[in-house]
Design a protein around this ligand. Structure first.
Ligand code: SF4
Ligand code: SF4
Length: 248
């Protein structure tokens, strides 16, 4: 017991001060892209040809963050003449079309649904559904419960039973085998309920897009309320999106 107390004293307070204080991620982190709309169309086409996700819209000079895996290949072309990635991890939208961006996203807090803030602003319980992903999304959700992020200090928890949940948080491209489970879990959550699509797989199919064995877009199954981009979304991106959508 004394050892536990002395360890605790030695380690001190480890929880992040975010969102009260801004947090700077390491320089190699790829967050919200910065797009040069005056870029030579030939370079944009080169980026689009290189993109494994078909996430670059050449005519519109935009990137679809719902498809992008943040692999960074496009930022290597012509030394980032068309796109560079900032370290801004604050990403999330309430509408799918807003993820198709020229480098800005609408204020998520302003677009959040008022009744969700009223209902779930003080307490939000989510049931996580892993619908056929690679497990990286799930791993980065798990760390939200570590002392550094300490998600439950905001009244947000992941629960085991959908009957105890206020909504579902879905990761993965929704494989054929998981479609019935996603629907059954959604049905088991009492209304009113929220649906969150987390990671490019749940939003668009991600690297599995177009595959015959997955649905590749949660919206085709259920009405999505909140989209969190990334592959996987950084835990701080998820934290930001949940707080902006439900709390602010
Ligand atoms: S970072 Fe995104 S847009 Fe750029 S090449 Fe990779 S997947 Fe495509
Ligand atoms: S979005 Fe990326 S990290 Fe998440 S399940 Fe799909 S491939 Fe894996």
């Amino acid at each position: 017991m004394f050892k536990v107390i002395s360890n605790r004293l030695e380690q001190g307070y480890r929880t992040t001060t975010y969102p009260k204080e801004a947090i700077q991620l390491y320089s190699r982190f790829r967050g919200l892209p910065e797009i040069n709309d005056e870029c030579d169309p030939a370079i944009i086409r080169q980026c689009a040809d290189l993109c494994p996700q078909d996430a670059i819209l050449i005519e519109e000079k935009k990137i679809d963050l719902g498809r992008c895996t943040f692999c960074g290949a496009c930022a290597q072309v012509a030394d980032g003449a068309f796109v560079r990635f900032s370290t801004n991890f604050e990403m999330g939208t309430s509408r799918r079309e807003d993820l198709i961006t020229e480098g800005t996203l609408p204020d998520l807090a302003a677009h959040a649904k008022g009744h969700f803030k009223k209902l779930f602003g003080r307490s939000l319980q989510l049931r996580q559904i892993s619908a056929g992903g690679c497990n990286a999304c799930e791993a980065d959700i798990n760390v939200l419960n570590t002392p550094f992020f300490d998600l439950s200090r905001f009244g947000i928890d992941f629960v085991a039973s959908p009957r105890h949940a206020d909504g579902i948080h879905v990761t993965g491209p929704i494989t054929r085998n998981m479609q019935a489970a996603v629907l059954a879990t959604y049905e088991a959550v009492p209304a009113p309920k929220v649906v969150i699509a987390s990671g490019c797989c749940a939003i668009s199919g991600g690297p599995f897009h177009g595959g015959s064995e997955s649905l590749g877009d949660l919206n085709r199954l259920l009405p999505v309320d909140l989209y969190i981009p990334g592959c996987p979304p950084h835990p701080l991106t998820t934290l930001y999106a949940l707080l902006a959508f439900f709390k602010k």
